[in-house]
Design a binder for this molecule. Structure first.
Ligand code: 3PG
Length: 207
């Protein structure tokens, strides 16, 4: 189902790739402490699912979602793990049917007007726009605002602290997402002070 209610007011979503499941809870606590209340844990690593489970159980103030969902089975698994929402780089009929069945707030991806309209037809007014930079970035999103005014987007892919304000200034951008908030080297080093600084700067982008 549409995730626009759950994510209303959210402006910045850290997209995180977790290799070491033991870092999941301290990372979520660090981001929450910096003012970011939503985290998207990608299913790109073997630790992703367990990381979601641990954050859901151990950091109740954090709205944990699962990213990079490609299959109906993954969607069911993340819901069982305690994910509050799911995100996909795209959408398939099977995945959308599973999302509907599950009732899990879901953010499917679209990068063309037809894809956006098909998702809108299914009730998705909040859609991911990935890879944002390569798919046309700010000018593209600005251009689709007039013919498809019902849809708001979460662009990800190539977003940084530098260009995030340009995206956030668009009326059809609900939030920006990206991995810049949790750099892999800082997470590997468990440098939560440095991550906290970047996260606090990111949180300020949204106010
Ligand atoms: C995503 O899954 O949304 C993207 O991989 C994030 O893209 P980025 O790494 O360029 O921020």
């Amino acid at each position: 189902m549409d995730a626009s209610k759950l994510l209303a007011g959210v402006r910045v979503v850290p997209v995180v790739v977790i290799d070491d499941v033991d870092k999941a809870v301290p990372l979520a606590e660090c981001l929450l402490g910096a003012g970011l209340e939503v985290i998207e844990v990608t299913l790109r690593t073997a630790a992703g699912l367990e990381a979601i489970e641990r954050i859901a159980a151990g950091v109740p103030g954090m709205i944990v979602g699962a990213g990079s969902i490609r299959t109906a089975e993954q969607l069911e698994a993340v819901q069982k793990a305690g994910a509050r929402f799911g995100v996909s780089p795209g959408a398939t009929g099977r995945l959308l049917n599973a999302a509907k069945r599950s009732g899990l707030p879901f953010v499917p991806g679209a990068i063309s007007p037809s894809e956006m309209m098909r998702l809108l037809q299914r009730g998705y007014t909040l859609q991911k726009f990935f890879p944002a930079g390569l798919a046309g970035g700010v000018p593209f999103l600005k251009a689709v605002a007039a013919p498809i005014p019902e849809v708001r987007f979460v662009p990800t892919g190539g977003i940084s602290e530098k260009n995030a304000p340009d995206y956030l200034a668009l009326q059809n951008v609900a939030a920006v997402g990206g991995s810049w908030i949790v750099p892999a080297d800082l997470l590997a080093a468990a440098d939560f002070d440095a991550i906290g600084q970047i996260a606090a700067d990111a949180a300020r982008l949204g106010v």
